[in-house]
Design a protein around this ligand. Structure first.
Ligand code: PLP
Length: 381
């Protein structure tokens, strides 16, 4: 953990590299140069490491090994799914991450944004309506719906969206970057056509991820070159990172239900503390199903950047909105779509936890929040 940080509560931005991932990566580096495309022994060894990682990941993600394409992370996976899909238009939920929204808009194909309710849950009737209303062409549409929000942690009704997409002959892509490692994610059970994940959100290394693609869905590759990953993603594979990602996934999936229970209890404790100290604070998506360790809230009287700095001075790492909005002064599109007034939306702070978070981290945060609450009271008086 970064030494100057006393309480790291920004796991949705990035999780610490897990011990299992570190060990797996070190073991690969110690083997020497490994290029899986090479024909010699070292190359064969590299290929074996990658295929073993693919098998491990397939087991934990409910897909077949051949359906996994290794990529450089969530952004590339989403770009490949969105830009590479053989579709005529997109239906994108308002909650989607820029890694999904921007390639859809950049494709030049029509994009319909799908409304969400006050908790950020996609409006399935609106999805049906858009699928009917905008259907004008022979090529299918692509529905883009995330499994869990990076901001509020809300869990989207992907199963139901799949049924609707199927009824209208549409393909469906699920960004599961914030779900993998937090709740069970099973590709076959979800029934989507494509699913994206990113290693650094669950204890694997940064710059590594995967796109799972159902057999039969033909994607146009983003990267052309040596034809790796069955011609779907060229470029020499990052063998150590792939091994690290698989090891991290196996570790995080172990006793997931127990870990989730513990994190839910920690979040309840955190939210009870927030409500006691700041009764006017608004906790977003509170009454909807959420991934266990995410709390997104705003106070009508604080400035989010000032609050962030206050926590930072106390050695507490949280973020103002998602890491992507933070620092750019942008207001969360997701919160606006949920009907949150702009003036409140810009004051949102996200606290996110993971397997390494303990009671002491929550206590440190609440202690710091108490000081901030006193300051707010003084300035209001
Ligand atoms: N999708 C979601 C929901 C995310 O939260 C993120 C990262 O924050 C991404 C995609 C992009 O993933 P990566 O950082 O691996 O490019």
């Amino acid at each position: 953990m970064t030494r100057s940080v006393r309480a790291y509560l920004d796991w949705n931005a990035t999780a610490p590299l897990s011990a299992a991932a570190q060990a797996a990566m070190r073991a690969v580096w110690e083997e020497g140069p490994l290029n899986p495309s090479a024909r010699h022994r070292a190359g064969q060894r590299a290929r074996a490491i990658i295929e073993e990682a693919r098998e491990t990941m397939a087991t934990h993600l409910g897909c077949r090994p051949e359906e996994i394409i290794f990529t450089s992370g969530g952004t590339e996976s989403a770009n490949l799914a969105v830009k590479g899909a053989p579709v005529a238009r997109y239906l994108v939920s308002f909650m989607e991450h820029p890694a999904v929204m921007r390639p859809a808009k950049a494709s030049g194909r029509p994009v319909s944004l799908i409304e969400v309710d006050e908790n950020g849950i996609v409006d399935l009737n609106a999805l049906s309506r858009h699928l009917v209303a905008d259907a004008a062409d022979d090529a299918p549409a692509l529905v883009c719906l995330m499994r869990a929000s990076n901001e509020t942690g809300v869990i989207e009704p992907v199963h139901q969206a799949v049924d609707i997409a199927r009824e209208h002959g549409a393909l469906i892509f699920c960004d599961a970057v914030q779900a993998v490692g937090k709740i069970p994610v099973d590709f076959a059970d979800l029934g989507v056509d494509m699913l994206a994940l990113s290693a650094h959100k669950f204890g694997g290394p940064q710059g590594t991820g995967a796109l799972i693609v159902r057999e039969g869905v033909e994607l146009e590759p983003l990267l052309h070159g040596g034809g790796q990953e069955r011609r779907r993603r060229s470029g020499t594979e990052n063998v150590a990172a792939i091994a690290g990602m698989a090891a991290a996934l196996a570790e995080v999936c172990e006793n997931m239900a127990e870990k989730a229970k513990r994190l839910s209890a920690l979040r309840d404790e955190l939210e009870a503390g927030i409500r006691a100290l700041l009764p006017e604070a608004v906790i977003f998506s509170k009454d909807a199903p959420r991934v266990p360790g995410t709390c997104y809230f705003a106070h009508p009287a604080w400035d989010a950047q000032t609050a962030l700095m206050h926590f930072d001075l106390d050695g507490i790492a949280v973020s103002a909105g998602s890491a992507c909005h933070a620092g750019k002064g942008e207001v969360s599109r997701a919160l606006i779509a949920m009907g949150v007034p702009r003036d409140l939306a810009k004051r949102a702070i996200r606290v996110s936890m993971g397997p390494g978070t303990g009671k002491e981290d929550i206590a440190l945060f609440l202690h710091s929040l108490e000081k901030l609450a006193r300051r707010l009271k003084r300035s209001a008086a």
